[in-house]
Design a protein around this ligand. Structure first.
Ligand SMILES: Nc1ncnc2c1ncn2[C@@H]1O[C@H](COP(=O)(O)OP(=O)(O)O)[C@@H](O)[C@H]1O
Ligand SMILES: [Mg+2]
Length: 233
């Protein structure tokens, strides 16, 4: 469904991506790995149309993206949980969830507030609290809930468990497992290899703006060399 072919992108005159190629098929959970500063977020920004690509192609369900306005990626059905969460601080939980709700894909069972609250009961308890008054974990749940409320065909999570306490982190992984079971297509950027092994079908590893390795994530587990070389673990 998502095809990224040989893209180059950067910030101003500094080039960050030097030919990134990756793809995601319907129903797959794919992981993008790599140390800090390797270009993972920039790749996501390019997919979302937030960074313009200077070479290559991006298409989603055979629609060209990459050189179109940012809203087109969301319209086409890509839901982003951005790095740093970026929820609306002056809206409460409920308002955050409905602010960008949409059903462009005409899902037969669209996400509703009730379904989000089922997934994250904590959000129901905090329904009237402002975004700025939530804990980091709650903000993260809200960011995921908000993305789901757009009924995305593809969900992208950029460091969704970063900086969270272990229990909250586990709650997020459980939710992602559930989404996988429901057949959602997901691109995950995260550093937690053990949790990724549970849900990821394939992985790509990025280094200095290039994909340097790809394959079955289970094989990565048994390759300490590779893990050390590209992930520093
Ligand atoms: N807004 C920005 N302006 C200029 N350079 C940036 C900006 N954001 C990221 N970079 C640079 O781009 C490179 C890749 O960053 P990023 O895509 O955020 O990496 P990752 O998500 O893998 O940690 C880094 O060298 C970073 O310093
Ligand atoms: Mg990043």
């Amino acid at each position: 469904m998502l095809e990224v072919r040989d893209i180059e992108a950067g910030y101003g005159s500094s080039q960050v991506l030097f030919g990134v190629t990756l793809s995601i098929r319907q129903g797959e959970v794919v992981t993008l790995l790599g140390r800090n500063g390797m270009g993972k977020t920039t790749t996501v920004r390019a997919i979302m149309g937030l960074n313009r690509i200077s070479a290559g192609e991006i298409s989603f369900n055979n629609q060209p993206l990459g050189r179109v306005a940012p809203y087109r990626a969301a319209r086409a059905g890509i839901g982003l949980v951005p790095e740093g969460r970026q929820i609306f601080p002056t809206l409460n939980v409920r308002e955050n969830l409905i602010a960008t709700a949409a059903n462009h894909r005409r899902a037969r069972e669209p996400w509703s507030l009730q379904r989000i609250y089922q997934l994250f009961p904590r959000l129901a308890e905090r329904e009237q609290h402002l975004g700025s008054n939530l804990s980091g974990g709650e903000q993260q749940m809200l960011a995921i809930g908000r993305a789901l409320m757009t009924n995305p065909l593809l969900l992208i999570l950029d460091e969704a468990t970063e900086g969270l306490a272990p229990l909250i982190r586990e709650e997020i992984w459980r939710c992602l497992e559930l989404l996988k079971q429901q057949g959602e297509s997901i691109l995950i950027i995260d550093k937690n290899l053990d949790a990724l092994m549970r849900i990821s079908d394939r992985h790509y590893i990025m280094e200095k703006g290039r994909i340097v390795h790809q394959g079955d994530i289970q094989l990565l587990r048994d390759d300490p060399d590779l893990k050390y070389r590209y992930l520093g673990v």
